[in-house]
Design a protein around this ligand. Structure first.
Ligand code: GDP
Ligand code: MG
Length: 163
């Protein structure tokens, strides 16, 4: 059906928390334990009367860094293929990591619109941390707190403008 928003990024940045907020469910398992989730989770969302689908990626169970990177790569490539908008989630508390840079490298080459989401911006001070994500070459980081919901309404306005 219609429009699909894919949530991608390295583990622990808050993808599933954002998915749950957008779909208003507890479908995705946050902080998943080994063996508890499949690697893609689809849900429905609605904003300002417009319906769209959301896919959360990365409930992986892997034990080596190489497999891990390969899985993330696979999920990002799938997202580029199937999604109309990609939410690339990063973590302002942790800053830019090698995995973030690798994901960004794939997304910079994609024709699908990408929104760089600087999650865990729980306070105004943390907004200053978001500046370092300009180095990923994907434009302005969009600050939100998936946990509190701060910024997610404005993010949805931006998502709708990309369909
Ligand atoms: P995923 O691996 O990317 O799906 O990340 P999860 O959604 O499982 O979240 C990983 C951890 O980050 C959990 O402990 C969440 O509660 C926490 N988390 C998610 N969003 C936020 C946020 O906006 N602020 C803070 N402080 N923690 C968050
Ligand atoms: Mg998750």
């Amino acid at each position: 059906m219609g429009n699909l928003v894919a949530i991608v990024g390295r583990p622990n940045v808050g993808k599933s928390t954002l998915f749950n907020r957008l779909t208003k469910t507890r479908q995705a398992i946050v902080n998943e334990q080994a063996g508890t989730t499949r690697d893609r989770q689809y849900g429905k969302s609605e904003w300002l009367g417009k319906e769209f689908s959301v896919v959360d990626t990365g409930g992986w169970v892997v034990n080596s860094d190489d497999v891990f990177e390969e899985e993330i790569r696979k999920q990002v490539l799938l997202a580029v293929e199937e999604a109309d908008v990609i939410l690339f989630v990063v973590d302002v508390m942790n800053g830019v990591t090698d995995l973030d840079a690798q994901v960004a490298g794939i997304l910079r080459r994609s024709k699908t619109p990408v929104i760089l989401v600087a999650n865990k911006t729980d306070s105004n001070e943390l907004q200053y941390n978001a500046a370092e994500f300009y180095s990923l070459g994907l434009g302005d980081p969009f600050c939100i707190s998936a946990m509190s919901g701060s910024g997610t309404g404005d993010l949805l306005d931006l998502v709708l403008s990309k369909f």
